[in-house]
Design a protein around this ligand. Structure first.
Ligand SMILES: C[S@@+](CC[C@H](N)C(=O)[O-])C[C@H]1O[C@@H](n2cnc3c(N)ncnc32)[C@H](O)[C@@H]1O
Length: 303
């Protein structure tokens, strides 16, 4: 099957990562290899990492012939443990283009989509619990909290109750449970009624925020001096974490307002490469509506 994923903010990523010959960049969310290809085309060496074996296979089919490309299966949150034993650290750049790819979303057998029907799986890699298993194992209060915090779902309580009652094993059964739980008059106009539930379950099952936090935490140990990190987020839960972590690396105080003295240890060794988050141009959004919510932030290690 063709791996049809449209790479977002491709030129902007190339601009901030400065991928010249002799520089090694880790693409921590390799997907179909679109960003990796652009970085390779500029002369950089690219180590591609993805937790999904089918993404690693697709990118290898596309780029495996290039001497400066190497693909590994792994989690962006575990780059240090993955790359240090191979003698590949430190590197000149780290890229993460978060979330799921179009081929993952579009394949009903992966269970990410509320369109069509398939097993309620949602795992990006093949390890750990499926979404169906996670729903069965969690208590109702935990499930409601997941839907509220990771999906910002206003009907988190009723939906959690309905999911626990239905114990869905297919995406269609999960959608039916959501539809039963939300009064018809409250269904969002522009969004499928199950959008927030599916987003929350996906982020939860894959521990996406945990992986992002581990990645952000490891940046000073992954990058050599002058090394750069670029992260593309697709929702505010991610972007907020990236913004705060970059601020802390830059040495800007991240203490909650109102504290009499700074307790976060401000005073950093990175500089921002993007003052504000970079967004897709109108032309890109026109071409690829998924790029509308993309936010790119980047930093450079100075000391
Ligand atoms: C948006 S796609 C990347 C597309 C790629 N940049 C391109 O241009 O083709 C995201 C990819 O990241 C992978 N992914 C998401 N979270 C990950 C993580 N924590 N560790 C490794 N891979 C991850 C997904 O499996 C998916 O293949």
């Amino acid at each position: 099957m063709e791996y049809a994923h449209q790479t977002v903010l491709r030129d902007e990523v190339v601009d901030v990562l400065a991928p010249t010959a002799g520089r090694t960049i880790v693409d921590a969310t390799l997907g179909g290899g679109g960003h990796a290809e652009a970085l390779l085309d500029r002369g950089a060496t690219v180590i591609g990492v993805d937790r999904d074996p089918s993404a690693v296979a697709a990118a290898t089919a596309r780029l495996g012939g290039r001497a400066t490309f190497r693909a590994l299966r792994g989690n962006a949150g575990d780059l240090e443990a993955l790359l240090a034993p191979l003698g590949l650290l430190p590197v000149d750049g780290v890229l993460a283009d978060l979330g799921v790819s179009s081929p993952q979303l579009d394949d009903p057998d992966r269970g990410f989509s509320f369109q069509g029907d398939g097993p309620l799986d949602m795992r990006m890699g093949q390890e750990g619990q499926t979404a169906a298993g996670a729903i069965a194992a969690a208590d109702e209060a935990t499930l409601a909290r997941v839907l509220r915090e990771l999906g910002e779902e206003p009907f988190a309580g009723p939906i959690a109750r309905a999911l626990k009652g239905a114990q869905p094993t297919t995406t269609a059964a999960a959608v039916e449970a959501v539809k039963r739980a939300v009064p018809r008059r409250a269904w969002p106009e522009r969004l499928h009624v199950a959008t927030r539930t599916f987003q929350a379950l996906r982020i939860w099952v894959n521990d996406e925020l945990g992986a992002l936090e581990r990645l952000l935490d490891s940046l000073p140990r992954l990058l050599r001096l002058g090394g750069r990190a670029a992260i593309i987020s697709f929702h505010s839960l991610e972007d907020r974490r990236v913004k705060q972590a970059f601020r802390a690396l830059e040495g800007r105080c991240t203490c909650p307002p109102g504290l009499p003295v700074c307790v976060c240890g401000a005073g950093g060794s990175f500089r921002p490469l993007t003052r504000k988050a970079v967004k897709a141009s109108a032309a890109e959004v026109e071409r690829n509506p998924r790029s509308r919510s993309a936010r790119l932030r980047a930093v450079e290690r100075l000391s």
